[in-house]
Design a protein around this ligand. Structure first.
Ligand SMILES: [Ca+2]
Ligand SMILES: [Ca+2]
Ligand SMILES: [Ca+2]
Length: 138
């Protein structure tokens, strides 16, 4: 599951399907929660809950994680959704991985003066470099 991050103020849904492999005569369900991985919690909305499937259902149910956009240049971020503690069922694959593709450009740097000069024999000439953004990366 991969989503484009979007910018600050925007949210994107990352939706995971949980699919029963075959019918069961009893209801069944389990807990799910998302876990942080290489990502800060502000990149998405933390969530946990329970899915309950009706008896004889083979209809998938969904777990939706809300991804928060930002304008910060970052590495792509990943998170996992874990499905555990099943009741009347076993888990074939209990982990879903989400990837948030960063869509922000890296900060730029530029000389704040195009040139600088000084007498040959005196002090060093200084060329200042200005960055419009904090160089901090996450
Ligand atoms: Ca962005
Ligand atoms: Ca982000
Ligand atoms: Ca970003």
């Amino acid at each position: 599951m991969t989503v484009a991050e979007g910018n600050i103020g925007q949210t994107t849904n990352a939706t995971f399907n949980v699919t029963p492999r075959r019918q069961s005569p009893e209801y069944y369900g389990g807990l799910h929660h998302r876990r942080r991985h290489r990502s800060r919690s502000r990149d998405y909305v933390a969530k946990s809950g329970t899915l309950t499937f009706p008896a004889n259902s083979t209809t998938p149910q969904t777990i939706t994680i809300v991804v928060n956009g930002d304008n910060i240049d970052e590495m792509n971020e990943t998170f996992t959704v874990n499905f555990s503690n099943p009741v009347h069922a076993t888990i074939a694959n209990g982990t879903g991985t989400g990837t948030i593709n960063d869509d922000d450009n890296p900060p730029t740097v530029a000389f704040s003066l195009a040139s600088s000069s000084g007498a040959e024999s005196v002090t060093p000439a200084n060329l200042a470099v200005a960055s419009p953004l904090s160089p901090a990366r996450r």
